[in-house]
Design a binder for this molecule. Structure first.
Ligand SMILES: Cc1cc2nc3c(=O)[nH]c(=O)nc-3n(C[C@H](O)[C@H](O)[C@H](O)COP(=O)(O)OP(=O)(O)OC[C@H]3O[C@@H](n4cnc5c(N)ncnc54)[C@H](O)[C@@H]3O)c2cc1C
Ligand code: FES
Length: 323
């Protein structure tokens, strides 16, 4: 992990069903490196495998004495969020990266923020800044039920209450927010920021295209590899990878990552976040054109010579990997 720092867990609070927030302060006192709304930390999760997981900062970016993250327990995952819930206690020390921002809040005349579930975290930090600076914004927050809405008390009280619209769908996609209706009108100079489950991001992506929102005014953050393709507006296609050292040819079908296909065939490549955000699985490409779907290389484009095989795919029919 680049720029690792040690922080102490000063407070853990329940924010909703299965969602805990963690207030992190510098281990030795003093100030933390600054962050901007939309930024996240990579957290070394305690446990046997000490996995790296990304968590968005949800406090006010003006604060330099603490970071606040909120973690939703995901029973179906590989255990990172479960370990955060079950192993981390107040007073513990965690190793975290410095903040990285792939979802920056850019200047606009007004803002439409659309959050789904735990996707509220980066948008809460944005809302705090927009509120503090007197900007014009509305935050739509879609969740199954009130008890699953993190920060509900905060967002239902002044000064946020006037700007926040909760939408509870009871878990029924037919009762979801009318995204098409919401995006059918657009104030001049409005920017849209969306973070949430793949289905919500897909609906927002499709509605923004249908209602001709300028591409550069619509911003997504995905919390998982599957959502990265929606966030980037890309469809999966099948392709082949050739292992340079052995000549073995493997096919990578839709919905499968290169990393998983290699693994199933007994090839081991180091990986960590498996969401395209940490850079651990970087692999040299000898032939073919990768299609980058990571967030790690956004500031420093990867070109055609390397790719993160946990999420990125191919523009060409075949890639030769230096393995
Ligand atoms: C930039 C960024 C910011 C993030 N911010 C937050 C945040 O603020 N709060 C938060 O709670 N999370 C956030 N996340 C997600 C977080 O990093 C973790 O992915 C999350 O906590 C789940 O980790 P996990 O190890 O429990 O599950 P993971 O193993 O990461 O699994 C997540 C999901 O992937 C699928 N999956 C994983 N493995 C398999 C498998 N073998 N077979 C089938 N499906 C599988 C499952 O659907 C599972 O629900 C963020 C992610 C990114 C990239
Ligand atoms: S494992 Fe983190 S980017 Fe691939």
């Amino acid at each position: 992990m680049n720029d690792a720092q040690r922080v102490r867990v000063a407070r853990i609070a329940t924010e909703a069903e299965d969602i805990l927030s963690y207030e992190l302060v510098p281990e030795e006192g003093g100030e933390l490196p600054a962050f901007e709304p939309g930024a996240h930390l990579d957290v070394r999760v305690p446990g046997k495998d000490s996995a790296l997981r990304s968590y968005s900062l949800c406090n006010d970016a003006e604060e330099t004495h603490r970071y606040v993250i909120a973690v939703q327990k995901d029973a179906r995952g590989r255990g990172g969020s479960r370990a955060m819930h079950e192993r981390v206690r107040e007073g513990d020390v965690l190793v975290v990266s410095t903040p990285r921002n792939d979802f920056p809040l850019m200047f606009a005349r007004s803002y439409l923020l659309v959050a789904g579930g735990i996707g509220i975290t980066p948008l809460l930090s944005m809302a705090r800044q927009l509120q503090r600076t007197g900007a014009n914004y509305v935050l739509y927050y879609c969740v199954r039920a009130p008890e699953r809405a993190a920060f509900r008390e905060l967002l239902s009280s002044a000064p946020f209450a006037d700007r926040v619209r909760f939408h509870f769908d009871g878990g029924d996609p037919n009762k979801g927010l009318d995204v098409s209706g919401l995006l059918s009108t657009r104030g001049p100079g409005t920017r849209l920021y969306c973070c949430g489950p793949t289905g919500l991001m897909k609906a927002v992506r499709e509605a923004s295209t249908r209602h001709r929102w300028p591409w550069e005014k619509v911003h997504f953050e995905s919390f998982g590899a599957e959502g990265n393709s929606v966030a980037l507006g890309k469809e999966d296609t099948d392709f082949e990878v050739t292992i340079r050292s052995t000549g073995q040819v493997l096919s990578v079908p839709k919905g499968q990552s290169v990393l998983n296909v290699l693994r199933r065939n007994g090839l081991r490549v180091p990986s960590d976040c498996e969401a395209g955000s940490c850079g651990t699985c970087v692999t040299r490409v000898c032939e073919g054109q990768p299609e980058h779907r990571d967030t790690f290389f956004q500031q420093e484009p990867a070109g055609d010579e390397r790719m993160l095989i946990c999420v990125s795919r191919a523009r060409s029919k075949r890639l030769v990997l230096d393995l």
